[in-house]
Design a protein. Structure first.
Length: 312
């Protein structure tokens, strides 16, 4: 292996925590990967990787070397792009992970337009509601709703999506229509939880210019957005979610908005990518494209009114 291929191999081993997974990702024999790293350590006179029976982790020297390698490889990609005039036509494989409803309702219905603009980019799109490990799973960027809490990721806000509280006509006939947020305590909610957060998410409303939380009782909790809507349609309780997700159900009368006099806070959506990885041209053009897509659908992220405007 030449030196650049060895550097690429080393970065993948660090990111995937495994010689075998890195070799598979780069279509190399496991023995070739092992010998290449052994030769690299001998040439540098330093131990770069600490091997255990379960995982491979960089040593302190290895971590410092890894960060330099990522920078060097990123600069090399940019240099090659400029020489090949790829700034206007980037190429390569782009791995993206999208929240399920963002994939099916917003991005994928328009993805052919992205392909027409950038025909040399091969897209691999995964979707779901679970949190992915971008480094270990080799994902270039993800689109997620909510405020990001991972300091290792760079975030670019795409939208602030208007939300509402709604329920099925059947539920409202049986339990009544709440006329004030304080009445939510007497109602049932379809609760939502995630694999990383054990507690249920409360409803949030802006009351007298302040963000307040309300926690109706409920006998059912789900962990994905489609199940959340289906349970509401079945009369299981109130739900709070972005308006776009249930626009058709609202128009058809299968769901009914409640408490519309009190604004739900908007739900932020962001594109995230690892901060230590050089942002490649293909990732940059994809993020720019979806940013325009979300702005067209929901308006500019900074255009949502402030809390104080609720009382204006």
């Amino acid at each position: 292996m030449d030196r650049l291929e060895t550097l690429r191999l080393f970065t993948r081993i660090v990111e995937l925590g495994s010689f075998t997974r890195a070799a598979d990702a780069l279509v190399l024999p496991r023995a070739t990967a092992t010998n290449a790293i052994k030769a690299l350590e001998e040439r540098l006179g330093a131990r770069l990787l600490a091997r255990t029976t379960r995982q491979v982790q960089p040593t302190l020297d290895g971590q410092a070397f890894y960060e330099r390698c990522v920078q060097i490889l990123g600069e090399l990609d940019d240099a090659e792009s400029s020489l090949r005039h790829l700034n206007s036509s980037p190429r390569g494989t782009l791995r993206v992970d999208l929240h399920g409803t963002h994939a099916t309702a917003i991005v994928l219905p328009r993805i052919d337009a992205f392909h027409r603009r950038y025909p040399d980019i091969e897209l691999r799109v995964s979707s779901g509601d679970r949190l992915v490990d971008l480094i270990r799973e080799g994902i270039d960027c993800v689109v997620r709703a909510g405020d990001p809490h991972d300091a290792s990721l760079v975030s670019r806000r795409l939208a602030l999506m208007p939300q509402l509280i709604c329920a099925s006509p059947e539920y409202l006939r049986c339990h009544g229509v709440p006329r004030h947020p304080r009445e939510l305590v007497d109602h049932q909610a379809v609760n939502f939880f995630s694999s990383t957060v054990t507690q249920r998410y409360p409803f949030e409303l802006i009351v007298d210019g302040e963000l307040r939380e309300f926690s109706p009782s409920g006998w059912l909790a789900v962990s994905d957005a489609e199940s959340y809507v289906i349970c509401a349609l079945s009369g299981c309780g109130l739900i709070q979610l972005p308006r776009y997700h249930v626009a058709a159900e609202l128009r058809a009368g299968r769901l009914v908005e409640v408490l519309s006099a009190w604004r739900s806070p908007p739900l932020p959506v962001a594109a995230l990518y690892p901060q230590h990885r050089q942002l490649s041209r293909r990732v940059r053009v994809f993020i720019d494209w979806i940013a325009a897509l979300y702005t067209e659908r929901f308006g500019a992220p900074e255009s949502f009114p402030s809390l104080a405007a609720d009382d204006a």
